[in-house]
Design a protein around this ligand. Structure first.
Ligand code: ADP
Ligand code: ASP
Ligand code: MG
Length: 950
C-alpha cells in the first residue's frame, strides 16, 4: 500500500496533480472504489516510460494496480487490455525526470511509434494515480491548482454551430497542458434571443413561444449534428427537453405577471451557457478525452455592486470549487465550465452581465492559479481599433493589463473590461486568439515591461497602442461661478449620480472649477439631470450654479497606450489629427494614469474621428474621400489618370443618379469612407461654386479649376477665404490660372516669404496665345481664329475666348491673391469681338461675320511690326496702382512674351525681389491633361497638408 501511494505520488507529481496528494495520503484507499487507473509502460527501443490515463479497471485489476502489479502485454488482464488500448490511443513516451502532460506526450508517442516501426510497449505497469482514485474520506481534499492548468474561453461565435463546437473541442484536445478548464459562452445570438423572449413575454406578446421554439430547434439540430445517435445525444436531449419545459413554465409566469425579476431573467438567459457547455463537453468526449461540464452557479460566487456590476468572492468561490471537486467521481482531463452565470452568496442565480464570459474565464483562471487564460474569438487579437470600423487596424501583439483594460473600458468589446483584474492579481497572461486561425499568435496581455515595443506599432505612433469609442453617450455639464472654491460640490454631484445608479464613464473639470462635466450613457442622462436639478435647486435658484446642461448624441473617443499621455507630442498629434479632419472636440479628459487621452465628439463624427486619429498614428497613407462634380473633360481626365477607378464610366452609366448636390454632399460627409473629404469641382458653373460655403462649413475641403467663386462678388470671395482660414478646411484652386502651371503657388511663395508684388503681367489664355503667336502678315485674323477653332484650341463659340472675360477672371483671381480688393467690373477688358458681332446668335454666324473686321486688326499688326514689335493679348495686375486690365498690347521682339509658341502661357512677376528681371513661369496653360494634372496636384497637396508624409 505504501508503495502504491509512493508510486502514485511520483506519478501524480510528474503529472502535475500534486494537489491530489493530500487526499490520497490522508484518505484510505479502498480497492472496491478504485474506478480508474493510469498506467506506465516501457517501450522496446527506449528506456522511456509511456503514460496514459482514463482506463477503467475492474475492482480486481484496480486492486492489482493499487499494489503495483505489473501487467504483461502478452497476458492482458481486463485492466491491462483496456489500459493498452488507451495506451495505443493516448500513450506517450516521456522521461520520468520531467513533469509531463499526458496529451502533449500523446502526440510525441505517435511519432515515436512511427519512427520505431510500431514501437509498442513491452510491458504495462499499472499504477493508480491519485487523481483517479476514489477515496472514502474526502475531508481534506482540495481541487488541484497551479500552473498545470490552462484556462480557455470560447466566445459565442466560436460555438455558433455544430462544426464550430467540434472545432473548439479539437483545439482544446490539442492543447498539451496537463489540465484544462474551458469556459464557454452561449452559442452566438442565443443570449440576445433570450433577452428578446423576456421582452416579448413581459409585454405579453405570445410570439415569445415561437422564438423559444426556434432556440430549442437550434440546440436540438446542433446536438444531432454534433453527437449523432448516441448515449450522449440522448442525455443532452433529455436535459434540453427538461430545461425547455421549465423555461416554458417560467415564461408563462412572466407573461401573466408582465414583469420578470432580475433573478428570473438571469435564470432564463443563463440557459445558453448551460447548453453550450454540455454540447462542448460531449463533443470533447467524442474525441476520446474525458470531459465533464460544470454549472458555474455551483462554484462561482459574486456579489452585486451598486453600479450594476458584480464583484467575485474568491474565498467562497474557492471553497465551492473544492466542494464541487469532492463530489466528482474522477478527475476529468478537461473541465468545461459555463461562462456568464454565477450565484450570489445566498445561492441565488445571477450573471456577470453582458459579455461576462470573458470575466468568468479570468475568475476561473485566478481560482485555479492557472498558467494562462486564452480567450478564443472571431478576430486575430486586439486590434489598434475596432476592425469593423477601421479596416486598416492592425493586430497588437502585446498589451499591458492596464492598456487592455483601458481599451475594453472605452469600447473595444473584444474583451470584457473586468477580465484583466483577476488575471492581474496573479500575473496570469491573457491571450486573445482567433478560433478560425489558431496558428496566429494573437495578442498577449500581461504585466508591462519597460522594453515593450510592439512590432505592429511603428515608431512614429509613439506609445499609442490603440483607439476605441463608446457611443450613445451624453455629457452632463454643471456650470456656475459659485462652484469655485466651494469644497464638496464635486462630491455632491457624484453622490447624486450614484444615488440614481448611473454609470459615470468620464469626468472632466476645468481647473477654474467653473464647470464640472461628465459623461453618462445617454439612456441615463435625463434621470441624472433631473436628480441634479433637485439636489442643487437652491444653488440654481441663487445663481451659484447657472445650469445643469445635457449634451446628447455624443461619443467618447479614447487613445490608449502606456505612458502615452506623458510622452511629449502625442496629445498634440492626437488633437491635430482631429482638427485636420475638422472634428469638433466637445470635452477632454486625460487620466492621471497616463494610459489614455479621452475626448468627446459628436456621435455622427465618431467614425471619422476614429479613422482620422488611427490614420495619423498608424498609417503611412492618408486616406481621402474624393467627390468629383462634373466628370466632363477635366474631371474625366482626372478620374482616368489621377485616381484608379478603372470602370468609373460604366459604373456611372449603370448606377448614376441625377445630380443632387445636397445628397452628394451628404454622401461624402457621411465619412464612412475616410475621415478626410474633398470635393473636386471640375465644372465652370457658378451654381456649383455657390456650394463652397456650405462645404467648407461642413469640413469638406475644396479643390477646383472653376474660376467662378474666386472671381465672383468680392464679399462672397472674402467670406469664403475667411471661412477657410478659420476652419481647418483647405481650398486649393491652382488650376484656375494657367492650368497645371505653378502660378498661384509661386505667387503665394513670394508673398509668404515677404516679397512685395509690383506687377503681374501675362498671357493667360492658351487660345489667344495660339492666335497671336501665329498671326502674321501672311494670314488674316479670321483665318487664324478658324484654324484655332478647327484644332480644338477655342471654346465651341470662339467669342468666349475673344471676349477676354476669361482672362479678366484670371486677372481678378491674381489681383485678389495679391491682396487687391477688385471686382470683375473694375477690370477694363478689351474685347476682340467686334461690337456688331457680340449679339449674333450662333458661333457660325459669328465666324461668317468675322472676316469683315480683318482689316482693322490687320492694321494694328502692321503698325506693331513696323516698330519691330508683336501683338500679344495680355492680362495685367498692377499692385502699385491697385488696378488690373486686359488688353491687346505690343511688345518688342526681344521680350519674353514675343518668344512664345503654340498655346503656351507666360506669366511675369515683377516684385521688389525680382525688380530688374521678372520671375517668369512659362508653359502649356490649357488642355484637359495639364489642367487635370494641376487639379490632381492640388489633391496631393491637400493630402500632404492632412498629414501624408512628403
Ligand atoms: P465573443 O463572442 O468571442 O466574446 P465579441 O463579439 O464579444 O466576441 O468580441 C469580438 C469582437 O470585438 C470582434 O469581432 C470585433 O468586431 C470587436 N472589436 C471591437 N474592438 C476591437 C478591437 N480593438 N480589437 C479586436 N476586436 C474588436
Ligand atoms: N452570452 C453572454 C452574452 O452574450 C456572455 C458572453 O457571451 O460573454 O452576453
Ligand atoms: Mg465577448
Amino acid at each position: 500500500m505504501a508503495t502504491a501511494v509512493g508510486l502514485a505520488t511520483d506519478i501524480a507529481r510528474s503529472a502535475g496533480v500534486g494537489g491530489a496528494l493530500s487526499r490520497a495520503e490522508g484518505g484510505e484507499i479502498s480497492s472496491r472504489e478504485v474506478v480508474s487507473v493510469s498506467a506506465w509502460a516501457q517501450t522496446k527501443s527506449t528506456s522511456r516510460w509511456c503514460s496514459f490515463s482514463r482506463c477503467v479497471a475492474s475492482p480486481a485489476a484496480a486492486a492489482a494496480a493499487a499494489n503495483g502489479h505489473l501487467v504483461k502485454r502478452s497476458k492482458p488482464s481486463s485492466a491491462s487490455l483496456s489500459s493498452y488500448r488507451g495506451l495505443r490511443r493516448a500513450g506517450v513516451t516521456h522521461s520520468l525526470s520531467e513533469p509531463f502532460s499526458p496529451h502533449t506526450l500523446f502526440r510525441s508517442h505517435e511519432t515515436a511509434e512511427n519512427r520505431d516501426g510500431g514501437n509498442c510497449p513491452t510491458g504495462v505497469q499499472v499504477r493508480a494515480t491519485l487523481a483517479d482514485v476514489h477515496v472514502k474520506s474526502k475531508v481534506d481534499a482540495t481541487m488541484p491548482r497551479g500552473e498545470s492548468w490552462a484556462v480557455h474561453k470560447f466566445g459565442g461565435t466560436c460555438v455558433a454551430n455544430a462544426e464550430r463546437i467540434g472545432n473548439a473541442a479539437k483545439i482544446i484536445v490539442d492543447d498539451p497542458s496537463a489540465q484544462k478548464a474551458v469556459v464557454v459562452s452561449a452559442m452566438s445570438k442565443v443570449t440576445d434571443t433570450f433577452y428578446e423572449i423576456l421582452r416579448l413575454a413581459e409585454s405579453r406578446d405570445e410570439s415569445y413561444l415561437r422564438v423559444m421554439e426556434s432556440l430549442y430547434q437550434k440546440h436540438k439540430e446542433t446536438a444531432f449534428a454534433l453527437l449523432g445517435p448516441s448515449d450522449a445525444l440522448e442525455k443532452f436531449m433529455k436535459k434540453l427537453d427538461g430545461d425547455i419545459s421549465n423555461l416554458q413554465a417560467m415564461m408563462r409566469a412572466i407573461f401573466i405577471a408582465g414583469h420578470a425579476t432580475d433573478t428570473f431573467s438571469d435564470i432564463v438567459v443563463g440557459h445558453g451557457e448551460l447548453w453550450a457547455a454540455q454540447l462542448l463537453a460531449a463533443s470533447i468526449c467524442k474525441e476520446g478525452v474525458s470531459a465533464v461540464w460544470m454549472d458555474a452557479r455551483e462554484v462561482l460566487v459574486v456579489s452585486p455592486t451598486s453600479t450594476q456590476q458584480v464583484d467575485p468572492d474568491y474565498e467562497l468561490s474557492g471553497e465551492r470549487l473544492d466542494e464541487w471537486y469532492q463530489q466528482q467521481q474522477a478527475i476529468p482531463d478537461i473541465l468545461v465550465i459555463t461562462g456568464f452565470i454565477a450565484s450570489t452568496p445566498e445561492g441565488v442565480p445571477t450573471t456577470l452581465k453582458r459579455d461576462g464570459s470573458d470575466f468568468s474565464a479570468a475568475i476561473m483562471g485566478a481560482l485555479l492559479l492557472a498558467k494562462s487564460i486564452t480567450i478564443w474569438t472571431d478576430v486575430d487579437g486586439v486590434y489598434s481599433a475596432d476592425p469593423r470600423k477601421v479596416s486598416e487596424a492592425v493586430v497588437l501583439s502585446t498589451l499591458s493589463y492596464q492598456e487592455a483594460w483601458e481599451m475594453s473600458y472605452f469600447g473595444a468589446n473584444v474583451l470584457h473590461p473586468r477580465t484583466t483584474l483577476p488575471a492581474m492579481k496573479y500575473n496570469i497572461p491573457i491571450i486573445i486568439k482567433n478560433v478560425f486561425r489558431p496558428s496566429f499568435p494573437g495578442t498577449w496581455i500581461g504585466p508591462s515591461t519597460s522594453s515593450d515595443q510592439d512590432p505592429a506599432i511603428s515608431e512614429e505612433s509613439g506609445s499609442v497602442k490603440g483607439f476605441a469609442t463608446i457611443d450613445h453617450v451624453a455629457i452632463i455639464n454643471v456650470e456656475g461661478t459659485g462652484m469655485a472654491g466651494v469644497p464638496g460640490t464635486a462630491g455632491e454631484i457624484f453622490m447624486t449620480v450614484k444615488e440614481v445608479g448611473a454609470n459615470v464613464i468620464m469626468i472632466s473639470q476645468a481647473s477654474s472649477e467653473h464647470s464640472i462635466c461628465f459623461a453618462v450613457p445617454e439612456t441615463e442622462a435625463k434621470m441624472v439631470a433631473k436628480a441634479l436639478e433637485i439636489k442643487f435647486k437652491k444653488a440654481l435658484g441663487a445663481g451659484r450654479i447657472s445650469k445643469v446642461e445635457v449634451l446628447r448624441n455624443c461619443s467618447i473617443l479614447a487613445a490608449v497606450g502606456q505612458k502615452m499621455a506623458s510622452t511629449p507630442g502625442v496629445s498634440a498629434t492626437f488633437f491635430t489629427a482631429l482638427a485636420k479632419a475638422n472634428i469638433n472636440i466637445r470635452g477632454i479628459a486625460q487620466g492621471c494614469s497616463e494610459y489614455n487621452i479621452t475626448v468627446v465628439v459628436d456621435q455622427e463624427e465618431r467614425i471619422r474621428a476614429l479613422k482620422a486619429v488611427h490614420a495619423r498614428f498608424y498609417l503611412s497613407k492618408t486616406p481621402v474621400s474624393v467627390g468629383v462634380v462634373g466628370p466632363g473633360l477635366i474631371g474625366g481626365t482626372l478620374l482616368e489618370h489621377g485616381i484608379d477607378l478603372t470602370r468609373w464610366k460604366e459604373i456611372l452609366q449603370e448606377k448614376g443618379e441625377p445630380a443632387d448636390m445636397a445628397k452628394f454632399t451628404e454622401h461624402l460627409r457621411a465619412g464612412y469612407l475616410s475621415p478626410n473629404r474633398v470635393m473636386v469641382d471640375c465644372t465652370a458653373s457658378a451654381f456649383v461654386a455657390e456650394h463652397y460655403d456650405d462645404w467648407l462649413q461642413k469640413g469638406i475641403h475644396i479643390v477646383t479649376p472653376n474660376k467662378k467663386a474666386n472671381s465672383g462678388p468680392l464679399q462672397q470671395y472674402l467670406k469664403l477665404r475667411n471661412l477657410q482660414r478659420k476652419s481647418y478646411t483647405h481650398y486649393f484652386y491652382e488650376a484656375t490660372v494657367g492650368a497645371g502651371l505653378p502660378i498661384i503657388s509661386t505667387l503665394r511663395g513670394l508673398l509668404e516669404t515677404g516679397d512685395k508684388i509690383l506687377k503681374i503681367e501675362g498671357i493667360f489664355s492658351g487660345t489667344l496665345s495660339y492666335i497671336f503667336n501665329n498671326f502674321n502678315r501672311e494670314k488674316t485674323f479670321s483665318g487664324i481664329v478658324a484654324e484655332a477653332k478647327a484644332s480644338g484650341f477655342t471654346e465651341p463659340d470662339p467669342r468666349d475666348d475673344l471676349s477676354g472675360m476669361d482672362v479678366g477672371r484670371k486677372v481678378v483671381i491674381l489681383a485678389r491673391e495679391s491682396g487687391l480688393q477688385l471686382e470683375l467690373e473694375d477690370i477694363p477688358v478689351q474685347s476682340l469681338v467686334p461690337e456688331p458681332l457680340q449679339s449674333v446668335e450662333t458661333a457660325d454666324e459669328f465666324m461668317q461675320g468675322l472676316p469683315a473686321y480683318d482689316l482693322q486688326i490687320g492694321e494694328q499688326l502692321e503698325e506693331a511690326e513696323a516698330r519691330g514689335e508683336v501683338l500679344r493679348y495680355i492680362g495685367v495686375v498692377d499692385c502699385v496702382k491697385n488696378e488690373g486690365s486686359v488688353e491687346l498690347k505690343s511688345y518688342p521682339k526681344s521680350h519674353a512674351f514675343a518668344q512664345l509658341s503654340g498655346s503656351d502661357n507666360i506669366i511675369a512677376f515683377t516684385t521688389t525681389r525680382y525688380r530688374d528681371q521678372p520671375l517668369i513661369v512659362r508653359g502649356p496653360g490649357a488642355g484637359k491633361e495639364v489642367t487635370a494634372g494641376g487639379v490632381f496636384c492640388d489633391v496631393l497637396r491637400l493630402a500632404a497638408y492632412l498629414g501624408a508624409p512628403s
